[in-house]
Design a protein around this ligand. Structure first.
Ligand code: CMC
Length: 377
């Protein structure tokens, strides 16, 4: 047998490329998109501008942003085929599956999917993903598709498509901040899976679909839904006992822990602040959920903080989405539509200097076995 190499389970600590897009400083608890601190962006910028930043590597001038917003708005409409797919898919289908097949259909029917400009395709992907999630939300609840409104901002229109109602400014602003905070996070699992797909010289739509399906798992984007379920489960219990029960049975605190952050996730800090603000106008049930979240957070940190396991972006996201009025089943799809610019920017960056991604496993099985006919086994 060959000498056993060092195996990086989960590819931990493996560098596979150089990138200028995003820095995650896990020790200091800092996050930068193209050098801009996430706190600064959350305070002063918006999702459309950040999407431009991620796709072009610089903040836009006024005219550039206007052209970009116009491109996003003019690509919102979904084809009859996509609307019918969402209407006909079995009612029990999880929205992440519906989002995945709808985006695959969009890619399959896109004329230039294989050979058009990836920058242009990215704008269509960002735009259409929000429309698809809006349509899924509305069709699931009412059977009705609300056509997009080109006069609204990207976030305003997404919320409008969910139920056909225009939202108050503070709700739009809160949602927009959530989208911006989720827009990018370096070589996370879903982005990496999109990069693996593009490295085979597949197309950017297929790479996005790979990323969507990778985001779905509860160790990644699915943690927002799982964290809210856990918070609700622990709601009327003593938080310390509840947390100790999970840990002593070998379970995980959902919305806690991160491969890179060994301190408080800076996005979670901002989301917690936003939640406190949003609670002023929240209903009784949401306030109760948020109180439970604060209690569970404190109890969990007592146990896990010393091991470097702190709240991540997903812990307070569920309570915030509840304040906005977004249903649980749509949390991860909303994460997906927020991450679209990050996925696209990495897919484009990688393909500029493409090399097929094909890592190696250390084989520990046998060789030279004799084939035995089926009747003689
Ligand atoms: N609760 C309890 N223990 C934990 C947790 C947690 N949330 N996270 C890690 N640990 C423990 C784990 O049990 C293990 O302990 P031991 O060494 O005693 O066996 C140790 O920490 C290392 O775990 P790991 O799984 O090897 O560490 P990782 O770097 O792969 O963890 C993680 C990253 C996100 C998979 C993990 O923290 C986790 O499962 N968290 C819960 C799910 C979650 O919130 N995911 C969202 C991640 S951030 C947003 C996103 O990517 O979408």
């Amino acid at each position: 047998m060959d000498e056993k190499p060092k195996i990086n389970q989960g590819l931990e600590g493996v560098y596979f490329m150089e990138s200028e897009i995003c820095k995650v400083d896990g020790k200091a608890g800092k996050l930068y998109y193209y050098g801009y601190d996430i706190g600064e962006l959350a305070k002063h910028s918006n999702f459309e501008e950040v999407s431009y930043l991620l796709l072009h590597g610089k903040l836009p001038k006024q005219k550039e942003l206007a052209v970009f917003k116009e491109a996003l708005a003019s690509n919102r409409e979904l084809s009859e085929d996509v609307i019918n797919l969402i209407k006909r898919i079995p009612k029990k289908t999880k929205p992440m599956h519906t989002l995945s097949v709808a985006m695959d259909l969009i890619g399959a029917t896109e004329k230039n999917a294989e050979n058009g400009s990836m920058e242009e395709a990215s704008v269509r992907i960002i735009s259409k993903m929000a429309s698809v999630v809006g349509a899924i939300g509305s069709i699931r609840n009412t059977g009705k598709y609300n056509p997009p409104d080109e006069t609204l901002s990207h976030t305003e229109n997404f919320l409008y498509m969910l139920d056909g109602e225009k939202k108050k400014k503070d709700v739009v602003a809160l949602t927009d901040t959530m989208l911006l905070l989720h827009a990018e996070h370096s070589s996370n699992a879903s982005t990496f899976s999109g990069i693996v797909t593009i490295s085979t010289m597949s197309d950017i739509y297929s790479a996005t679909v790979s990323a969507i399906n990778t985001l779905k798992g509860p160790l990644h984007g699915g943690a927002d839904e799982a964290a809210l379920k856990m918070i609700k489960d622990g709601m009327d219990k003593d938080p310390d006992k509840y947390i100790n029960g999970i840990i002593s049975s070998g379970g995980r605190i959902m919305g806690f822990g991160h491969r890179v952050y060994k301190t408080y996730d800076p996005r979670a800090t901002i989301i917690k602040e936003q939640l406190k603000k949003a609670l002023r106008n929240a209903n009784k049930e949401t306030k109760k959920i948020a109180d439970a979240a604060f209690g569970i957070e404190e109890a969990a940190i007592k146990v896990t903080g010393k091991k470097g396991i702190w709240p991540n972006v997903d812990f307070f996201s569920g309570p915030v989405y509840s304040c906005i009025g977004i249903e649980e089943g749509l949390f991860t799809p909303v994460f997906a539509l927020s991450r679209a610019p990050g996925w696209c920017s990495h897919i484009i960056e990688y393909s500029r200097n493409n090399r097929l991604i094909r890592p190696t496993v250390y084989y520990t099985g046998a060789v030279g076995k004799k084939y035995v006919e089926i009747g003689n086994r």
